[in-house]
Design a protein around this ligand. Structure first.
Ligand code: NAP
Ligand code: G4F
Length: 375
């Protein structure tokens, strides 16, 4: 039985990776941060599945800024594989807390690599959660493993250090350390302040009358959005490759935030009409197709109540999307589109879920939550 250690186990990717590794028969250890309230919501369901769990999941308090704790954990756990997913992962927030972001995302990676050397874990394999944010002001379209980097945020710059320290320790000390350069990947477990989830959550709440308006920043930024569980399977494949190497994981398709918003509302039967420019731009209800909404929520027991409320609540011509410049970034990444050909050829990995299916599964999940819990 292999043993894996996951940092960031309570995050979106950490939770999916845990499920994948447990299913593959791994013993999984995860590092969680001390918090004043519960922060294990994304992995709590695993405790309701004794077959999967079977005393194979262990949680430890720790933090990437606490070196002594990392050393102790490595000595105790002696993992075969380490997945370093912990990070201050929000790009906009990194402009507000740049020092902390660098401490965790850049130096946190170094602390881990040094702990591996000090403890003397010669056989361990290390996965680093690198990111398409490294490409920033893109120097090439699409972006692949050879595209030069040009990060555009304290987050991107911190992750650039993480990327290169992995390469350096691999070359200097022969540590099996690989970078996964992952493009945006989303899911119903995505944090609520990332744009995809912010949109699907707000749309479901607007439809249910719990929110009036969705307020966004830059509607024209383009992202290559994939489905998170598939990317977590890709992380595992990267560490199963015979030699340490760096891989891009992406869908090869790009869409604007505006398209994500339009498609989300379309899924619940609302066509948007955009009027105005820049911060004065708004999205108005052009038409409402109730049959479409009915189909999407046909699984719900509360369907009738919901549809009745939905009909009376929303009106043609109403503004439901607005722009707030507070969500703009001092420097933006305008366009990301990845070329994952190397991963396809060497690892046999390919993104399967298309943009439209991703949006549909996310809005469905948020609608279901609204209907079940009423928030
Ligand atoms: P996420 O949902 O924000 O999860 C981040 C995780 O890191 C959480 O478990 C968080 O703990 C933990 N964490 C934060 N600061 C920490 C610290 N100082 N010490 C220990 N743990 C800490 O992020 P994600 O979307 O799953 O992404 C996983 C990794 O992939 C991140 O490194 C991210 O930068 C990178 N990445 C993500 C994407 C994407 O599109 N999702 C793309 C490329 C790269 P709490 O739960 O306590 O906050
Ligand atoms: O959803 P986002 O915050 O994701 P972003 O900045 O692309 O970062 C995510 O993906 C990276 C991989 O490329 C990861 F490394 C990183 O950890 C994170 O997971 O924003 C996407 C786009 C941006 O251009 C942003 O300006 O959406 C635009 N946007 C427009 N309105 C908004 C909003 N972003 C957020 N978060 N909130 C808005 O209201």
């Amino acid at each position: 039985m292999k043993t894996a250690l996951i940092t960031g186990i309570t995050g979106q990717d950490g939770s999916y990776l845990t499920e994948i590794l447990l299913k593959k028969g791994y013993r999984v250890h995860g590092i969680i941060r001390r918090s004043s309230s519960f922060n294990t919501g994304r992995i709590d369901h695993l405790y309701e599945n004794p077959d999967l769990l079977n005393k194979k999941l262990f949680l430890h308090y720790g933090d990437l800024v606490d070196t002594s704790n990392l050393n102790r954990l490595l000595e105790k756990i002696e993992p075969d594989e380490i997945y370093n997913l912990a990070a201050q992962s929000h790009v906009k927030v990194s402009f507000q807390i740049p020092d902390y972001t660098a401490q965790v995302d850049a130096l946190g990676t170094l602390r881990f690599l040094d702990a591996i050397r000090e403890v003397g874990l010669k056989q361990v394999k290390f996965y680093q959660a690198s990111t398409s944010e490294l490409y920033g002001k893109v120097q090439e379209v699409p972006q692949n493993e050879k595209t030069p980097f040009y990060p555009r945020s304290p987050y991107g710059v911190a992750k650039l250090y993480g990327y290169w320290i992995i390469v350096n320790y691999r070359e200097a000390y022969n540590i099996f350390a690989s970078n996964g350069i992952l493009f945006n990947h989303e899911s119903p477990r995505r944090g609520e302040t990332f744009v995809s989830r912010k949109i699907t959550r707000a749309a479901s709440r607007i439809a249910a009358g719990l929110q009036k308006e969705l307020t966004l920043g830059n509607l024209n930024a383009k992202r290559d959005w994939g489905y998170a569980p598939e990317y977590c399977e890709g992380m595992w494949r990267i560490l199963q490759h015979k030699k340490a190497d760096d891989f891009v994981l992406a869908t090869g398709e790009t869409h604007t935030v505006r398209e994500f918003t339009e498609l989300t509302f379309q899924q619940i039967g609302i066509e948007l009409l955009w009027k105005g420019k820049a911060e004065n731009e708004k999205g108005y209800i052009k038409s409402i197709d109730l049959d479409k909404a009915k189909k999407l929520i046909s699984y719900s027991k509360n369907k009738k109540v919901y549809i009745r409320d939905f009909t009376s609540r929303l009106k043609k011509g109403e503004a439901i999307v607005a722009v707030d410049p507070n969500y703009y970034r001092p420097t933006e990444v305008d366009l990301l589109i990845g070329d994952a050909e190397k991963a396809r050829k060497i690892l046999g990995w390919k993104a399967k879920t298309r943009f439209e299916d991703l949006v549909t599964l996310m809005i469905k999940a948020d609608l279901e939550k609204v209907l079940k819990r009423g928030f």
